[in-house]
Design a protein around this ligand. Sequence first.
Ligand code: FPP
Length: 248
Amino acid sequence: MFPFFKKKKTNMDIRKIPRHIAIIMDGNGRWAAKRSLPKKAGHKAGAQTLEKISRVAMDMGIEHLTVYAFSTENWKRSEEEIKGIMDLLRYYLKTHMERAKKDQVRIHIIGDIHRLDEDIQEQIRILEELTKDKQGMCLHIALNYGGRDEIIRGAREFGRRVAQGELLPEQLDEGMFGSFLDTAGVPDPELMIRTSGEERISNFLLWQLAYSEFSFTDKLWPDFTEEDFKKAIFEYQFRERRFGGRKA
Ligand code: FPP
């Protein structure tokens, strides 16, 4: 049994808890607009929801949680909003550094971090190093992440290895290509949750979500609760995953 699983009263089938859940945390802006608050307040509330849901996920024994925090397309937003998200990120990384001693969460960033400010890149490197041996859940935070960008970066790296004579084009298969992605070594998500009523994947984990089950909810991310999260998992447990095959 996963060491950090806390048994709670639930109807859930604990044998069918996904190993990996991905989340598109959408709706922070609308949450703030409904309250006549600046967008930054919505992202702040969203970051609090992320804290809460990661704790729940870890207590349930989920091994990997991947969240979409900033996409390659989010640079199109106003300077003010981008700064608001980056400041929140700084605060989030700092808080995690303070907690790293007692927490069992491993932090891993996916995406091309080189476009982020140098101080954030440094904080990321420190936090990943500090938490790399943690035995609890791995929280993968997607920053300056785009599924297409990740695939292109992976393809370029494969091409470089071929050019250096280390690999042959014929050796490339799905398993090897996966090892060139940011999620190398991480099982594909069994379940992807998106909040706020939008039903698309918006360039998130394009390769990894090939066979995932999707769960969409109208709830805006800051309003998303532990119960909503458990409901999505409970419903997933009734899905029949055939991976292109037929019913057994
Ligand atoms: C989508 O809502 C959310 C984002 C683009 C940012 C997500 C960021 C957080 C949850 C907080 C920061 C995260 C960390 C790790 C500190 P939206 O703004 O697109 O919502 P809208 O569609 O209603 O405008």
